[in-house]
Write a protein that binds this ligand. Sequence first.
Ligand code: SF4
Length: 209
Amino acid sequence: MGLTGQGLAGSGLTKAASATGGGAADTLTTRLDHVVDLVRKNGLNWSRKNSLWPMPFATACCGIELMATGASRYDIARFGAEVMRFTPRQCDLMICAGRVAIKMMPVLQRIYMQMCEPKWVISMGACASTGGVFDTYAVVQGVDQFLPVDVYVPGCPPRPETLLEGVMAIKKVVEMDGVKSSKERGGMGIVAESMIQLNAEHVRRGSEG
Ligand code: SF4
């Protein structure tokens, strides 16, 4: 009996020990999973935010400012977003610059749908965001009626600095929002504001430079 009792007690102890060991292993695995998940998400977000590939959809005068943003003076490459692609499947940032006619909207939507998830949208300029001065039946009164806009860049046209602020805002969205698809996330609707207050000094330096 004693032996049996000891045996039972022994087996109980063994079970308890193995249970404790399993728990520790589980905890360790869970923690490791958590760490790996954290690194994966942060790593992905870090890579994504520093290598945005814009899809320019420039239809009017705002497009010229978009081009200026990519040129040497403003150099969007400093923010890792210089790789403008005209192949939607390689892009993750739609920049809609300029007015969009009703007839053009299906094209814009198709391009947006062809872009891979996760993807983000900048509406650049008064026309893209609200129709601007073109309050007519032929012009879309804001692309956000059809696309989930994450960042609005105000102005007519916005200066390149303001567009760069918009790109920065998108970077913050990427950082915060991780890998959620645009369907899950919806448009963030952030308004980018230029940090640079233009004054006479800036204008003078601009005309000299
Ligand atoms: S917002 Fe102004 S600059 Fe931009 S497309 Fe419209 S009219 Fe042209």
